[in-house]
Write a protein that binds this ligand. Structure first.
Ligand SMILES: [Zn+2]
Ligand SMILES: [Zn+2]
Length: 445
């Protein structure tokens, strides 16, 4: 086990007692660590699992606020102008970003419309406004009203913002129709690409540790907290939202974070029932998602339904290998491998493990969490094509029942990955290592 990386300054503090303000619990492996003093631009990784604990930026408030404002401007421009257009035999159609959701509403698909609207426009807007509010408070040097509640919601909103996936969905839809019609990229298309990129930069720029320290610098870890051991072995629990170390009530009752009031999830041994239940639901929904048509194309009066795999085969027949590969990966490879990977993780966490295995497992878990949302590409493709291609009998596309089922698979597997307790991968590592306490501790402190 190595010392926290990069921690050139950490050895200066070996003798001095660690300030309780520096103590953090790794969110992924539950190890209690003491942060070294970090300079601007540095980050601290967990010495056991490599999870990035904090990342320091220069002028965090100004930097994030600037990004928030730029992203909001890009979002405003993206909804104000034509997004994409196409023309076929003299009949054209030009849509705005919000038209995809509006058309789905018109076709009695309110859930899909909501799904698109939430992930692409509403949640990013809420996130950006909340973050702007918090940063404005930081610039004024006093938190604005309701800052605690707002900061708490940010973590829950972030994984559901999918502007970048929507960009890929738009590109795939354009490639789908480029052969049969003339495509026109509107001003909003370009601003939306900028918006997706800026949104990514904004989420990356947030230093959660700094933010919560600004909101409440008084809260500290309990005095008995000892680095180098898991929090659960000391009756402590790290807050998943603000990172504060909390003492758990002795009666084992429900606990909330003393700083941000988030519900704490004390470790009670390996328990992945929620993940397994959600995975079972995802497997069930994956059947209609593949058996029913995902979209129905009406061309010159005759309608032809196409399933997910049918669509992939059609691209293969036309020789469009790259696009067939993207659709196949997003709608078959990713969901299936994600379900299998999570099932496998749920099964192996209760067994004896070597350190190397654990690292491999946590990497597998991180990968499933990272790629899961990209499956939404298929749903977005349907949403865009449905809005774009509305030429009555000449050519129009309607969503099939599989589209909603597939969206449900994506949401269910994302929830399953979120509810998977990563600490179970590291369960049992703290016992049997107590004999070299002192050596271990000196590494961290
Ligand atoms: Zn860790
Ligand atoms: Zn908290």
């Amino acid at each position: 086990m190595s010392a926290p990386r990069p921690t050139p300054a950490s050895h200066h503090h070996r003798q001095a007692p660690v300030s309780r303000r520096r103590l953090r619990v790794c969110h992924e492996c539950d190890l209690l660590v003491a942060l070294p003093p970090l300079a601007v631009g540095q980050k601290a990784d967990c010495p056991r699992c490599g999870h990035t604990l904090v990342r320091r930026h220069a002028n965090p408030a100004e930097r994030t606020l600037a990004l928030v404002l730029a992203t909001l401007v890009a979002l405003g421009l993206s909804v104000a102008f034509p997004f994409i257009g196409f023309e076929l035999s003299g009949i054209g159609n030009r849509i705005e970003l919000t038209d995809s959701a509006a058309t789905l509403m018109g076709l009695h698909q309110p859930l899909m419309a909501l799904c698109v609207l939430l992930t692409v426009i509403i949640l990013p807007a809420v996130y950006l406004c909340s973050l702007g509010w918090l940063c404005a408070g930081a610039l004024l040097r006093r938190p604005l009203p309701s800052s605690h509640q707002i900061a708490r919601t940010l973590r829950h909103v972030t994984p559901w913002m999918m502007a970048d996936v929507f960009v890929i969905g738009t590109l795939v839809s354009l490639i789908k129709v480029i052969g049969m019609a003339d495509i026109e990229l509107g001003l909003s298309f370009w601003t939306f690409c900028a918006f997706a990129l800026l949104l990514l930069l904004t989420t990356q720029s947030v230093d959660r540790d700094w933010l919560w320290f600004f909101l409440d610098s008084q809260s500290m870890a309990p005095p008995e907290a000892k680095p180098g051991h898991t929090a659960s072995s000391q009756g402590l629990c790290g807050c998943p939202t603000c990172g504060m170390i909390n003492r758990l009530p002795d009666d084992g009752g429900k606990a909330r974070c003393g700083r941000c009031d988030e519900r704490l999830h004390p470790w009670h041994g390996v328990n992945n029932q929620a993940t397994l239940a959600l995975l079972a639901a995802a497997v069930i929904m994956y059947l209609p998602a593949n058996l029913y048509p995902i979209m129905i194309t009406t061309s010159l009066g005759s309608s032809s339904p196409s399933t997910i795999l049918g669509g992939v085969l059609l691209f293969v027949q036309h020789g469009d290998w790259p696009i067939a590969f993207i659709i196949f990966t997003a709608s078959v490879v990713v969901p299936v491998s994600k379900i299998l990977a999570l099932l496998w993780l749920c099964r192996v966490v209760s067994r004896e493990q070597h350190q190397l295995d654990r690292l491999r497992r946590i990497r597998l878990y991180r990968m499933t969490e990272f790629v899961g949302r990209w499956s939404m590409v298929d749903v977005f493709v349907v949403a865009i094509l449905v809005a774009l291609i509305r030429n009555g009998n000449l050519m129009s596309i309607e969503p099939g029942p599989a589209a909603l089922a597939f969206a449900a698979v994506v949401v269910l597997t994302m929830l399953a990955a979120m509810l998977f307790d990563q600490r179970s991968i590291w369960a049992g590592t703290d016992t049997g290592q107590d004999n070299n306490d002192n050596a271990k501790e000196s590494e961290y402190v």
